[in-house]
Write a protein that binds this ligand. Structure first.
Ligand code: ADP
Ligand code: ZN
Length: 618
C-alpha cells in the first residue's frame, strides 16, 4: 500500500476525481475496479458505452507516484480524443503511433523515461514492437495495462482484430503488472475468450448494468419511402439545434437522405466507407465541433468519437442484430442527459437483411440474430426488457421510457384480417410478394395487378378500409407470427405455412397489435435525466436562455483553442452553470465537471457571461 499524503487510498482517489475531472463520486463499480487494480490484480470490465470505463484505468495511473498506465486501443481517432480530453484536464497523456514522426515518438519515449507521462495510448502492434526496445528504466514504471475494446481479441466477437492476439504475451512477460480488459460487448462466449486470450484466467469480472436509462427507445413499424422521410423530418424538427446521427443501410441512402434533408433546410452530410479519408475526417470534425448537426451514415460512423452530446440516433433501416443496434444508439446521450433512439422497421428491411444473412458465412447465427432484432422491433412489451434480457440481464419492470410503455399496444382479434391476406395469397397461387398483397386487398388498379388479372380475384379490394401503411404493418406482424414465409429462391413470393392454413380455415385465431400512425410531438418531461436530479437537489431552475448563451461562449473558446466544444465542457456542465449561475471562481470551481485546470482556464469567460446575463446593464 502506498502512502497518499496522509490520505487513505479512497480519499486520495476521490480528491483526484474532484481536482482533475470535477466529479464528486464514483459511479457504479468504478471504485471497486480501481481498488482491485491498485491491489495489483487483473480484471475484465464490462460496461456499456458511456458507462465510464476510462476513469477505471486513468485514476489508478494518476495515483501511481512514479509510474504510468498503458492504454491499448485499436483506433487512432479514439486515442486522440481521449488524450485531448485528458490534456484539457491537465493530465500528461501521450500517444505512440505510426502517424507521428520518429522524432515525436522518440521524444515521447524520453518523457516516459523521465516519469513525465501518466498515460500512454498505443496500438497493439506498436506496443509489441516498442516494448522490446524499452529499457528497464521505462518498463519498471508501467503500473497497468488497460486493453480497451478488448472484444477485438476474440474471434467470437463482432470486431476481431488479428493484431490483438499477440497481447497474450504481455502477462507472460510482466506477470506482476495488472491487466484490465475493457469492453462494451457483453456476450458470454466473447467474455470468457478475452480472459483466455489475455492469459488472465484469474481476472475478476466486473459486469455493470447495460441499461442506458436516459435513452428513450422508439420504433415505428411499416413506414416506407416518403412517409418515413416525413416522419424523420418531424422528429428532427423536435431536436432543432441538437446533434444527431441517422444510420442508413446503404451508401446511396446516406447520400439521398442528406440531400433531401438539406433541401428542406436541415443541413446534413453523408458519411460512408467509400468517401476519401480527408472527406470523412472533415465530416467527423464538423460534427464534433457542432458545425454540422446531422450526419447520415452507414454503420462505420461513430466508432472513433466520444462526442458526448449526441441527442438522437435514427435507424432509417433496421440493423442486422441487437448488438449493432445497441452500440449505435449508445452513441447518443453519453453525457447522461435525455436522448432519443428511433428505429424504422419495415418489410423491405426484413427481406434485405435476411438475404444478407443467407449469403453470410454463418447463416444460422445471423438468422437467429436477425430474428431477435425483429422480436425487439415487433415487441408488445417494454422494449428495454427485451434488450436487457437479450444481454442476459435481469430487468423485471417496465421502463416508462420506451414507446411501448408510453402507448401500450391495443390488441385485437386479427383473424379476419389474416384471412383476407391469406386468401389473397392463396388465390394468387402464392406467386405474389408482400406489397402486391397490400395492393390487391386495397383494390389498387395498377399495371401488374391488371396484367396478372388479380383485379378479378374475390379478395380484390376487400381491405380498402385500411391504408397501405396499415396493411403493410399488419402483414409484417403476420409474417412475424409465422402465417407465411418469404421464398427467397422464388422471387420473394409469399408461401403460406401450415399455421397460416389453420388460420385461413378458421381453426386458429390470431391477435394483432393495432397499428397507430405515429406523430412526433414534443416529449413530456423525461423521468430520469441527471439535470432533473440536479434541479431537484438545488431547488433551482435551468435558465434556457442562459444555457444558449453559454453554448456560444463554449463554441468561441473551442474555436480559439481548436478543440471540440464538448472537450471544453459537456452539456451537463453547461446545464449546471445555467442552473447554479456561479459568478465567482470558487462558485464555478465546484460545478459538476469543472476540475482545477479547467476552472483556472475558463472561469472568467463563463462567469462574465453569467454576470452579464443576470444584470445586462452593468
Ligand atoms: P465509456 O468509455 O465507458 O464509453 P467514458 O469513460 O467516456 O465512458 O465516460 C462517459 C462519460 O461519463 C464521460 O463524459 C465521463 O467524463 C463521465 N463520467 C465517468 N465517470 C463519472 C463519474 N464518476 N461521475 C460523473 N461523470 C462521470
Ligand atoms: Zn419500456
Amino acid at each position: 500500500m502506498g502512502d497518499y499524503n496522509g490520505l487513505t487510498r479512497q480519499e486520495y482517489a476521490l480528491a483526484l476525481l474532484r481536482s482533475c475531472y470535477g466529479y464528486d463520486s464514483f459511479r457504479g463499480q468504478q471504485w471497486d475496479i480501481i481498488n482491485h487494480t491498485l491491489d495489483g490484480k487483473d480484471s475484465i470490465v464490462l460496461m456499456p458505452t458511456g458507462g465510464g470505463k476510462s476513469l477505471c484505468y486513468q485514476i489508478p495511473s494518476l495515483m501511481s507516484e512514479q509510474g504510468f498506465g498503458i492504454v491499448i486501443s485499436p483506433l487512432l481517432a479514439l486515442m486522440n480524443d481521449q488524450i485531448n480530453a485528458l490534456q484539457q484536464n491537465g493530465v500528461p497523456a501521450l500517444a505512440l503511433n505510426s502517424e507521428k514522426s520518429d522524432a515525436e515518438n522518440r521524444q515521447t519515449v524520453d518523457l516516459l523515461m523521465q516519469g513525465k507521462v501518466k498515460l500512454l495510448y498505443i496500438s497493439p502492434e506498436k506496443l509489441l514492437s516498442e516494448i522490446e526496445r524499452w529499457s528497464s528504466a521505462i518498463t519498471q514504471r508501467i503500473c497497468l495495462f488497460a486493453v480497451d475494446e478488448a472484444h477485438c481479441i476474440s474471434q467470437w466477437g463482432h470486431d476481431f482484430r488479428p493484431e490483438y492476439t499477440q497481447l497474450g504475451t504481455l502477462k507472460q512477460r510482466f506477470p506482476d503488472i495488472p491487466v484490465m480488459a475493457l469492453t462494451a460487448t457483453a456476450d458470454r462466449i466473447t467474455r470468457n475468450d478475452i480472459g483466455k486470450q489475455l492469459n488472465i484466467p484469474e481476472a475478476r469480472l466486473f459486469i455493470s448494468s447495460f441499461d442506458r436509462p436516459n435513452i428513450s427507445l422508439n420504433v415505428v413499424q411499416g413506414s416506407t419511402g416518403r412517409q418515413k422521410f416525413r416522419q424523420i423530418v418531424q422528429f428532427i424538427n423536435l431536436h432543432q439545434g441538437e446533434s444527431g446521427i441517422i444510420y442508413c443501410l446503404r451508401r446511396k441512402d446516406t447520400e439521398k437522405m442528406a440531400a433531401d434533408l438539406t433541401r428542406l433546410g436541415i443541413k446534413a452530410e453523408p458519411f460512408h466507407a467509400a468517401m476519401s479519408v480527408s472527406e470523412k475526417q472533415r465530416v467527423q470534425r464538423d460534427f464534433i465541433n457542432d458545425d454540422l448537426k446531422v450526419v447520415c451514415a452507414t454503420i462505420a460512423f461513430g466508432m472513433g468519437i466520444d462526442k458526448s452530446n449526441v441527442r438522437y440516433v435514427i435507424h432509417s433501416n433496421m440493423p442486422r442484430n441487437i448488438e449493432s443496434y445497441y452500440q449505435e444508439i449508445g452513441r447518443s446521450g453519453r453525457d447522461g442527459l435525455p436522448a432519443d433512439a428511433l428505429l424504422f422497421y419495415n418489410y423491405g428491411d426484413v427481406v434485405t437483411l435476411q438475404q444478407f444473412a443467407l449469403q453470410s458465412g454463418q447463416v444460422q447465427v445471423n438468422m437467429d440474430k436477425l430474428r431477435s432484432m425483429q422480436q425487439f422491433a415487433e415487441s408488445g412489451v417494454c422494449r428495454r426488457r427485451i434488450l436487457l434480457n437479450y444481454f442476459n440481464e435481469r430487468f423485471d419492470h417496465d421502463c416508462h421510457n420506451c414507446d411501448v410503455c408510453d402507448n401500450p399496444p391495443d390488441r385485437f382479434d386479427g383473424t379476419t384480417f389474416a384471412q383476407m391476406a391469406l386468401s389473397a395469397i392463396k388465390r394468387a397461387d402464392e406467386q405474389i410478394g408482400m406489397y402486391t398483397v397490400t395492393d390487391i386487398l386495397r383494390g389498387m388498379r395498377k399495371g401488374e395487378i391488371i396484367d396478372k388479372g388479380y383485379d378479378r380475384l374475390k379478395t380484390f379490394g376487400v381491405g380498402h378500409d385500411l391504408s397501405t401503411f396499415e396493411w403493410n404493418a399488419y402483414l409484417l406482424q403476420m409474417l412475424q407470427l409465422g402465417l407465411f414465409d418469404v421464398a427467397y429462391d422464388d422471387n420473394k413470393h409469399l408461401k403460406i405455412t401450415e399455421y397460416g392454413n389453420e388460420v385461413l380455415f378458421g381453426r386458429q385465431h390470431i391477435e394483432l397489435n393495432r397499428v397507430q400512425r405515429r406523430k412526433f410531438t414534443a416529449k413530456k418531461e423525461p423521468d430520469t435525466p441527471a439535470i432533473v436530479l440536479h434541479e431537484a437537489a438545488s431547488g433551482k431552475q435551468l435558465d434556457q436562455e442562459l444555457f444558449e448563451k453559454l453554448r456560444d461562449v463554449r463554441k468561441a473558446i473551442a474555436q480559439a483553442s481548436k478543440i471540440a466544444p464538448y472537450m471544453v465542457f459537456s452539456d451537463k456542465t453547461l446545464q449546471a452553470m445555467a442552473t447554479e449561475k456561479p459568478t465567482t471562481m470558487s462558485e464555478f470551481g465546484i460545478l459538476y465537471g469543472v476540475g482545477q485546470v479547467k476552472c483556472q482556464k475558463y472561469w472568467r469567460p463563463f462567469t462574465a457571461a453569467i454576470r452579464n446575463h443576470l444584470s445586462p446593464n452593468d
